[in-house]
Design a protein around this ligand. Structure first.
Ligand SMILES: [Zn+2]
Ligand SMILES: [Zn+2]
Length: 322
């Protein structure tokens, strides 16, 4: 083991008084540390996933944690042979995860946080419902055994799906989970707001559960938002739950369709992948813009015009540009 790179996943709901100024400072910090990835900053907090050399990531975590605003931030750390991103984006947005629930402040009210071992101890109880707060393409490749899933493509659609579940959830302890825990902060708060009383959330999400509880009963792979696409988390009782989109054999290798116009995100087996040159169908294989297939099914977005310094005031960029 001991790979040279780290991949970090983290969030922190905390008031940031001046997100734009903080964004610039934070962007500079990431540039100095040669980090790549995506960071979102808002008045309500910080949400990020970045990769970099281990020592740079360690330094980054140290600096972030030293800021009293982020004292409670919980970093999920994976090791890697290389960067997991091609670019660095540090952006300000209205929310650190788009939910449309701007009025909810998880620091005021949210579901009870369960550490991975507590979640593991509770999940099989009769009076428990496990609820997946992620989107369809995520849970289709992996989810907790017996989890209730929502027919959503985007997290912001979840509030409208809750009404239909009211009967099923009535009188139950609801245990929510997501990839790294961030969605559950507002989702569990929303459930409390809707009148559900026993609401819990898996602190640190599937990723932390994999590290601290062996991933027991998480079936399939965990979808992630970097170029690994999906990762293994279950070392206790792993299982493949997804099928090749083309031939239907058991498969959990996620690819993006090589036709950029389609870009469908599905499991495709090695054999079908080569036969269709990375496309999800013969139509997509014939598409004039089809990208060359290298066997991974991962495509870098076009880097043309990418400038890591984009968004800076000239005044500030002069410090970092040579
Ligand atoms: Zn196949
Ligand atoms: Zn396609």
């Amino acid at each position: 083991m001991n790979k040279p790179y780290s991949i970090l996943l983290y969030y922190c709901y905390t008031p940031i008084a001046d997100p734009e100024t903080f964004r610039e400072e934070h962007h500079l910090l990431c540039l100095e540390l040669n980090l790549l990835g995506r960071i979102i900053i808002s008045k309500e907090g910080l949400n990020g996933t970045v990769s970099g050399l281990k020592e740079d990531c360690d330094k980054y975590m140290e600096i972030v944690k030293a800021d009293p605003r982020f004292a409670k931030v919980d970093f999920k750390v994976d090791e890697s042979d290389k960067h997991a991103f091609a670019k660095l984006h540090v952006r300000t947005k209205a929310e650190i995860v788009h939910s449309g629930l701007l009025h909810i402040d998880p620091n005021v009210r949210t579901g009870i946080h369960l550490e991975p071992k507590e979640f593991k101890a509770m999940k099989d109880r009769e009076d428990v419902v496990i609820m997946d707060m992620r989107s369809d393409y995520e849970y289709s490749v992996g989810r907790f055994k017996n989890a209730v899933t929502l027919d959503i493509e985007n997290f912001r659609e979840f509030p409208e799906k809750i009404d239909a579940l009211k009967e099923e959830l009535k009188g139950k302890k609801i245990l929510t989970y997501c990839t790294g825990g961030i969605k559950c902060e507002k989702a569990s708060a929303f459930l409390l707001e809707q009148g559900f009383e026993d609401v819990y959330q898996l602190h640190g999400g599937i990723i932390k559960y994999g590290k601290e509880a062996g991933g027991e009963d998480f079936e399939g792979k965990c979808y992630v938002f970097d170029n690994r696409v999906a990762v293994d988390v279950n070392t206790v009782n792993p299982k493949v739950i997804s099928k090749c989109h083309v031939c239907g054999t058991e498969e959990d290798r996620m690819v993006n369709c090589a036709n950029p116009v389609c870009n469908l995100h599905v499991p495709i087996c090695e054999k079908c992948g080569w036969e269709l040159e990375g496309a999800c169908s013969t139509e997509c294989k014939e598409h004039p813009e089809k990208r060359p297939y290298d066997g991974t099914g991962y495509y870098q977005k076009n880097l043309n015009g990418y400038n890591p310094l984009k968004g800076f005031n000239r005044r500030k960029t002069s410090n970092v540009s040579k």
